[in-house]
Write a protein that binds this ligand. Structure first.
Ligand SMILES: [Zn+2]
Length: 158
């Protein structure tokens, strides 16, 4: 695992997870068509998608409507719990500070990222909220894989 890894080892992103990331990419394209930042996220539990999120800050006039937050909300409704232990989040763009807080609070077990977010990413920035271990009372850090379908995820920003 690396912050800026471009070529994750095959065992870090199995074929099924690549398919889930492709689904997140489809959601990101919907966001782009709506005039929002192209971010899409899915939450997977036991091999099935249990939550989806499409970035909708402009569509909803809501700064909290980030794709990852919406995916966590959707999964929590589906599974009828706030505790998403055992879930994997796949997101086309590295979660920001806000989303990292939500992901961490919901106890998501794994996070798979497409494109890095410089400066305000919760993993690769100077404020790694997603993985910091020095916050008393916080749950275990999720395992993080980066650089999955990075080119496709980044291409949406051009
Ligand atoms: Zn965010």
């Amino acid at each position: 695992m690396t912050c800026q890894g471009k070529n994750p080892r095959p065992d870090e992103a199995p074929a099924a997870e690549m398919e889930f990331m492709r689904h997140a990419l489809r959601l990101a394209r919907i966001a782009l068509e709506r005039g929002d930042t192209p971010v899409g996220s899915v939450l997977v539990f036991e091999g099935h998608i249990v939550g989806e999120g499409i970035e909708a800050v402009r569509a909803d006039n809501d700064f909290t409507a980030h794709a990852e937050v919406k995916a966590v909300q959707d999964a929590s409704r589906s599974l009828n719990t706030w505790d998403l232990t055992g879930c994997t989040l796949l997101t086309t763009v590295e979660p920001c500070f806000m989303c990292s807080y939500v992901i961490r609070s919901a106890r998501v077990s794994r996070v798979i990222i497409g494109r890095a977010t410089p400066h305000i990413g919760g993993y690769s920035s100077n404020y790694p909220i997603l993985t910091a271990l020095n916050i008393p009372g916080w749950s275990q850090s999720p395992a993080v894989v980066t650089g999955v379908l990075e080119e496709e995820c980044s291409a949406l920003f051009q």
